[in-house]
Design a protein around this ligand. Structure first.
Ligand SMILES: *[C@@H]1O[C@H](CO)[C@@H](O)[C@H](O)[C@H]1NC(C)=O
Ligand SMILES: *[C@@H]1O[C@H](CO)[C@@H](O)[C@H](O)[C@H]1NC(C)=O
Ligand SMILES: *[C@@H]1O[C@H](CO)[C@@H](O)[C@H](O)[C@H]1NC(C)=O
Ligand SMILES: *[C@@H]1O[C@H](CO)[C@@H](O)[C@H](O)[C@H]1NC(C)=O
Ligand SMILES: *[C@@H]1O[C@H](CO)[C@@H](O)[C@H](O)[C@H]1NC(C)=O
Ligand SMILES: *[C@@H]1O[C@H](CO)[C@@H](O)[C@H](O)[C@H]1NC(C)=O
Length: 670
């Protein structure tokens, strides 16, 4: 007791005197560091003409002013958690161009610094700029207001920005918007999920000019041949191995094993992200780098419409995201604490301390609930529960449009086992209600648009999705779940494999994250293409996960034709059969379907589809596409029939498609 009182007394003295003291952190075995007493005082000061420092006694954050880049974060043993050797180390950027012009990067630097609010509890500061027509061609035509909030007793920084484009400002494409942190190179261990954690190579290890690494098929991927840490020798490094679906991307970051410090990107809500819960994005990667991706073409491509026309006024708030710092004695404790903090941030969303007119508080938001059913009379005469369906609100448009929608806000939830769903904290506005459910093809859209008003709860009651269906299933290949994960995913070439998991453990559900799997098709099928025999073949073993080209080995690529052989006991010659072809991904593919003859007239042909690049980026899906193909009964015969699927675009290794699911339906019952 006396100790505590004495301690408190001294803390008070230190507080009053504003004393800094030096401490050696022997317990953690780190170097002597200057550390401020965790005073709990929140201070904001301007230092010189171009720096602003906010200090809450736990972290001390330095901003360039009025640009508003984060240049320093002092925490625990770190003078700077960010990399001092790199000029831009805590910044926003937008990749943009006016049609026909070259692409530029804009760091959204402010020209005006402003204290939005300063109390003993929190400081909110703003770095802003207003666009002028004279800046056309040099700055992205946006009004920018970048905000940072630092709170008393909170070990981190809340970051958001409001971007606005007024009507009649030039038409512009914005392909990517993100926040980037380049960390101190003492950060050596990366964690993005419970299993996806490991010691990482360094930026130097990726150096091709110094012969530390060999180049591979694209610049993001290298093979480490002479890394500083020998354990990485022979492995591939590629930032796309660490991509994640938005729905799972809530916390990721880095640990300094030496300083026992963690740096985490926490995203408490998906509302400001784009293209729905399945959109994949980069997380953290070698640098050490940590990103918060708001929009990008990754795993989607220009099927996303990133053109903001001059006719179209647009305003959006990205964030707040939370940059969290912690300190604990082991990797596991740091990760566990980062997850705990993430859960706390999710719980307090929407934050009550963000005072922006563009950020509705809890009572200013609305709720939509209901129960989602599926009716497919060829599976069951009764309605089925839309078990674990994804249900969401996004800009009004056609069914499935959410997966390429990138200008508005989206709100998604996962229904329970009985299809019951509640979407909370929806910003006021007009939306369509969308859904899809694993196990069934296609996309649902509710017949009425939904207008959310503050505080209102809308109950849509029972809603029923009737997936596309004309006749009974004659056969099917795969599972309708929008990925190719259930198909055959080969082992990587042994000289190109990467250890991706905690303690080098093995996670079969993530096999697809290896480099170069596309080339295994040529190794497995050097001469003849894949033939799948319905009733004999097993799609888990006999259906390659991606329909790619064959590498001829002399710089050219060959078209490939896969066959599905199936036997019919009877054929309704006058009826129409339906071939359902669901794609999980497509990259500049030319796909055709033929029946009973590899050179017969195609019954279906798409000249050029897809730019999601999911094959090269080790995604097991990109964008979902469903094709319903009519097969005249006159083309079929009793006994063996063959469907020929040809991928005839020969632009390289990554050209092709991933199938999600294939099904042949008989003509409708009459
Ligand atoms: C600043 O924040 C305090 C407490 O959060 C609030 O009472 C006050 O109105 C705010 N001031 C401004 C100018 O927003
Ligand atoms: C993109 O959207 C704008 C309107 O927002 C529209 O004018 C334009 O035609 C669209 N572009 C494409 C390729 O669909
Ligand atoms: C990984 O290895 C460490 C050290 O050997 C051990 O403490 C930890 O429990 C392991 N983690 C898992 C998930 O196996
Ligand atoms: C490349 O190899 C393929 C397969 O052996 C062959 O058909 C093609 O003519 C060759 N092309 C060139 C340009 O050598
Ligand atoms: C089959 O499809 C063709 C082409 O769409 C159509 O003209 C024909 O009427 C259909 N036949 C039946 C029996 O539905
Ligand atoms: C049908 O195809 C299967 C698989 O290729 C084959 O085993 C069988 O002999 C074929 N039947 C006829 C009647 O050709």
């Amino acid at each position: 007791m006396r100790f505590i009182i004495t301690h408190v007394f001294f803390v008070l003295i230190f507080l009053l005197l504003g004393v800094h003291f030096r401490t050696s952190r022997n317990k953690l075995g780190t170097a002597k560091t200057e550390q401020k007493l965790a005073s709990g005082l929140l201070t904001l000061k301007k230092v010189g003409p171009n720096q602003v420092i906010v200090d809450n006694g736990i972290i001390q954050v330095t901003f360039s002013s009025p640009q508003g880049l984060i240049t320093g974060i002092k925490y625990k043993g770190f003078e700077n958690v960010l990399n001092n050797k790199i000029k831009n180390r805590g910044y926003w950027d937008v990749m943009w161009y006016e049609p026909g012009q070259k692409q530029l990067i804009d760091l959204l630097e402010g020209v005006k610094f402003n204290v939005v609010n300063q109390t003993s509890e929190h400081v909110e500061i703003s770095f802003s700029r207003t666009w002028k027509i004279s800046q056309r061609g040099s700055l992205v035509p946006l009004n920018v207001d970048k905000r940072y909030i630092i709170r008393r007793g909170v070990s981190g920084i809340y970051v958001y920005a409001v971007l606005e484009k007024l009507k009649d400002w030039p038409t512009v494409d914005m392909d990517q918007t993100r926040i980037v942190f380049k960390l101190n190179t003492e950060f050596d261990f990366m964690a993005i999920s419970d299993q996806r954690q490991k010691i990482m190579p360094s930026e130097i290890d990726r150096d091709i000019t110094n012969k530390r690494a060999n180049p591979l098929a694209y610049k993001e991927a290298v093979r480490l041949i002479n890394p500083q840490n020998r354990i990485f020798k022979g492995q591939v490094d590629d930032k796309y191995m660490y991509s994640m679906e938005n729905k799972d991307n809530k916390v990721h970051g880095w640990i300094s094993s030496d300083q026992r410090v963690g740096f985490w990107m926490i995203t408490p809500s998906d509302e400001f992200r784009v293209c729905g819960p399945l959109k994949q994005e980069l997380t953290s990667h070698v640098g050490p780098t940590t990103l918060s991706m708001f929009t990008s073409l990754h795993y989607a491509g220009k099927d996303m419409n990133t053109t903001y026309t001059s006719m179209e006024p647009w305003k959006k708030m990205y964030g707040p995201i939370f940059v969290y710092l912690n300190s604990a004695s082991s990797h596991n404790l740091l990760w566990t604490d980062a997850k705990r903090q993430m859960a706390a941030e999710v719980e307090s969303w929407p934050y009550n301390f963000v005072k922006s007119v563009d950020y509705p508080l809890h009572h200013q938001r609305g709720t939509v609930k209901g129960q989602f059913f599926v009716m497919d009379r060829y599976i069951s005469k009764l309605k089925l529960f839309g078990k674990f369906a994804f249900v969401g609100l996004a800009m009004p448009d056609k069914a499935g449009s959410w997966q390429t929608e990138n200008k508005g806000y989206q709100f998604w939830t996962s229904a329970d086992r009985m299809g019951m769903f509640t979407i909370t904290n929806v910003r006021p506005g007009s939306y369509s209600l969308y859904a899809w459910v694993s196990g069934h093809i296609g996309d649902y859209k509710y017949e009425h648009d939904i207008t959310i008003t503050p505080g209102r709860e809308i109950d849509v009651g029972a809603i029923v999705y009737e997936p596309p269906r004309i006749g009974a299933t004659l056969w099917e290949i795969g599972k309708p779940d929008r990925t190719a994960a259930e198909f055959y995913i080969p082992d990587p070439d042994p000289t190109l494999s990467t250890k991706l998991y905690l303690n080098n453990s093995y996670h079969p559900q993530d096999r697809f994250r290896q480099y170069g799997l596309w080339d295994r098709y040529t190794a497995l099928y050097p001469r003849d293409d894949l033939v799948y025999i319905v009733g004999v073949s097993d799609y888990k073993k006999d259906w390659f996960y991606a329909h790619v080209t064959r590498n001829a080995g002399n710089g050219t690529y060959q078209a490939t034709t896969w066959q599905i052989v199936f036997s019919l006991k009877a054929v309704t010659k006058t009826g129409n059969y339906t071939f359902r072809m669901a794609l999980a991904a497509a990259t500049t593919a030319k796909l055709s379907v033929r029946i009973n003859g590899p050179t017969s007239k195609s019954i279906f042909m798409i000249e050029l589809i897809g730019q999601d690049n999911a094959i090269a980026r080790h995604g097991i899906h990109g964008l979902y596409k469903l094709y319903d193909i009519n097969v005249g009964g006159n083309l079929l015969r009793v006994g063996n029939n063959t469907i020929f699927l040809t991928q005839d675009r020969r632009w390289g290794s990554f050209t092709g498609v991933m199938y999600d699911y294939l099904r042949l339906e008989s003509p409708p019952e009459v």
